[in-house]
Ligand binder design. Structure first.
Ligand code: AMP
Length: 222
């Protein structure tokens, strides 16, 4: 399974990517998580990326592609992966084609999670993310943690992402419309695009994703 997840911020890419990766036993590669880890660790890359992330802009294509190339060439990705947050521009989509050619592999599908803007703003407004590497995502109202402020899975502290503030969310949506929406057309032209209605609960969306992949009943678990 080599999947790409597309969709605006707040579409549920992180939640669905994590579930799919667990189900298929392949790595979940979130470029946003990778960058946030680098920012948190104060590395050179993290320092370069921080301003872009905080202002809702994309970090330069070459920078992120170098990271993704390294991950996709590594043995851990040999049996597949779920890419979450990459490619995010036409340049990145072409770069991924090059990486696939280098590794002699092909994508299974590109899943486009579709939600309307009002829902995106509502979801991001209450989003809380685990500070530790578990990266689990909660929502103050729709998916609250058992203990307020703490991750159910590892006890890590939950926080609001710096780029989830309303002003930055507007900028991220504009960047998405301008730079990332064309990526869906790229995969539609390649015959790989699967559009999924991403409104509703995470379980409902997972069911639709598995249906789209023709896997809803495989193994008896949805
Ligand atoms: P995400 O967690 O996917 O919402 O990503 C958070 C932020 O990280 C984005 O708003 C960008 O600033 C940066 N980022 C993540 N993935 C990419 C990418 N593929 N290309 C450029 N910037 C990215």
């Amino acid at each position: 399974m080599r999947l790409v997840l597309l969709g605006p911020p707040g579409a549920g890419k992180g939640t669905q990517a994590r579930r799919l990766a667990e189900r298929f036993g392949v790595p979940h590669l979130s470029t946003g998580d990778l960058l946030r880890e680098q920012v948190g660790a104060g590395t050179v890359l993290g320092r370069r990326a921080a301003d872009f992330i905080d202002s809702g802009r994309l970090v330069p294509d070459a920078l992120i592609t170098a990271i993704v190339r390294g991950r996709l060439h590594s043995g851990r990705a040999a049996d597949g992966y779920v890419l979450d947050g990459y490619p995010r521009s036409a340049v990145q989509a072409k770069a991924l084609e090059t990486i696939l050619a280098e590794t002699g592999t092909a994508l299974t599908a590109a899943l486009d999670l579709v939600v309307d803007e009002e829902e995106v703003v509502r979801r991001i407004g209450g989003r809380q993310v685990c500070l530790r590497d578990s990266g689990h995502i909660f929502h103050l109202h729709t998916a609250p943690p058992i203990v307020r402020g703490l991750c159910d899975h590892c006890g890590g502290e939950l926080y609001q992402r710096s780029d989830d503030r309303p002003a930055t969310v507007r900028d991220r949506l504009a960047v998405y419309a301008e730079q990332t929406a064309p990526v869906a057309r790229f995969y539609a032209d390649a015959g790989l695009l699967r559009t999924v209605d991403a409104e509703g609960t995470a379980d409902e969306v997972t069911r639709r994703v598995l249906d789209t992949l023709g896997l809803a009943r495989v193994g008896g678990r949805r």
